[in-house]
Design a protein around this ligand. Structure first.
Ligand SMILES: NC(=O)c1ccc[n+]([C@@H]2O[C@H](COP(=O)([O-])OP(=O)(O)OC[C@H]3O[C@@H](n4cnc5c(N)ncnc54)[C@H](O)[C@@H]3O)[C@@H](O)[C@H]2O)c1
Length: 356
């Protein structure tokens, strides 16, 4: 019987995206060979470099072309000289919205061998997941400026919290908590933001009624960031709006060893369109082109993609290989090691190829 092949769109993007994506593919290919499936990769050169050449981050029919794939494997976009809102609103946000990738999932786990910036923390103590609302909330296009350039100028930006949008992310987070340690923490700010955040809290209480086995905590975002640093062991599933989730999901990885290893998934849970997997980090222009970027964030994002594609065993093998390599060696420079991007990718792929 022919090996099943998953159709994956690849957007390596800019800077270190070009360096870490091939290592992600290397490890996924190793996982496929070992566990009996394959991939059909289609590369798209959409990026800020593409924008510089054409005036667009992706062609007009870009979304249609992506729609034909099961998943999108993305590196990072961003280039000095191109405003960041161009890359975000020209590529990432249209993909996340058009494909209803309303869940942004970011696991935070302290792995063996990865130096933890928090004193005295051991592997196993920090293992939680941030569930960020990815389609609405504070990141809306609604607003504008009046009297620009005068002393009366003003800017207005509206936040959008719909019942559909809030409830579906909460259901996802509660269901995830049910499968994990049955503990959900909600990020709020209902003392200062007096319309949308009390609404969010109200929906947490309402939706939570369907999940009586899940314990619910709620913290204002300001103290929650402090708890992430002082008590990261308190958390299992943390759910937040687009803005709060964005902040928490950079802080989370920072407490377990840095942005170079942090993965993320932009998920369409109903699978009506492709989901997208990408590291949390950006294009890192300060180290791009030197072959020293840590590929683990990309590779771990690949493991999340394997889970989404129904290959849980292969996903666990990739995670175990990441952990084994980290336990053996400090890996790349950001973690205190000397490996190049390629060496780190090869070391992980080699272990995956022999996984049991
Ligand atoms: N999803 C995305 O495509 C995405 C996400 C964040 C930032 N960006 C873009 O990337 C560009 C740079 O942004 P930034 O500097 O704020 O964030 P960044 O994540 O690119 O870099 C922050 C710091 O972390 C280091 N770093 C990041 N990834 C690393 C890795 N894999 N290995 C080793 N070190 C790593 C960088 O060298 C830098 O010092 C900007 O244009 C920004 O808009 C894109």
């Amino acid at each position: 019987m022919a090996t099943p092949k998953h159709k994956i769109a690849v957007i390596a993007g800019d800077g270190i995206g070009q360096e870490v994506v091939p290592e992600g593919i290397r490890v996924l290919e190793a996982a496929g060979s070992r566990f009996g499936f394959g991939f059909e990769w289609t590369a798209y050169d959409w990026s800020c470099a593409h924008y510089k050449a054409t005036g667009r981050m992706m062609p007009e029919d870009g979304l249609d072309r992506l729609r034909a794939h099961e998943c999108i494997f993305l590196g990072a976009v961003g280039l000095p000289g191109i405003p960041d809102h161009v890359s975000l609103w020209g590529l990432l946000i249209p993909i996340r919205r058009a494909f209803a990738q309303y869940v942004n999932l970011r696991p935070v786990k302290l792995m063996k061998g990865v130096p933890c910036p928090l004193a005295g923390r051991k592997p196993g103590e920090i293992d939680f997941i941030v569930v960020r609302e990815n389609n609405e909330g504070e990141y809306s296009e609604i607003g504008g400026r009046l009297y620009a350039g005068t002393e009366h100028e003003m800017a207005v930006q509206e936040s959008i919290f719909t019942r559909r949008g809030v409830d579906r992310i909460l259901h996802y987070a509660f269901k995830l908590a049910e499968r994990r340690r049955k503990h959900l923490t909600s990020a709020t700010k209902s003392n200062g933001i007096i319309h949308t955040m009390p609404y969010w809290d109200e929906r947490v209480r309402e939706v939570g009624k369907a999940y009586p086995g899940v314990k619910v905590d709620q913290f204002h975002i300001d103290i929650l960031t402090a708890h992430f640093v002082q008590h990261p062991d308190w958390f299992d599933v943390v759910v937040g709006s687009n803005l709060f989730g964005d902040i928490l999901s950079d802080l989370g990885p920072a407490v377990v060893g840095g942005i170079g290893i942090a993965p993320s998934g932009n998920i369409n849970p109903e699978r009506t369109a492709p989901s997208m997997f990408e590291p949390v980090h950006g294009s890192a222009p300060d180290i791009a082109g030197r072959g020293i970027a840590n590929p683990i964030g990309q590779i771990w994002s690949g493991a999340m993609m394997l889970d989404h594609l129904g290959h849980a065993k292969a996903a666990r093998a990739v995670e175990a290989a990441i952990e084994a390599v980290c336990a053996e060696d400090a890996v790349t420079r950001d973690l205190g090691g000397k490996m190049t991007t390629i060496e780190a990718g090869e070391a992980i792929a080699e272990i995956v190829a022999k996984a049991r």
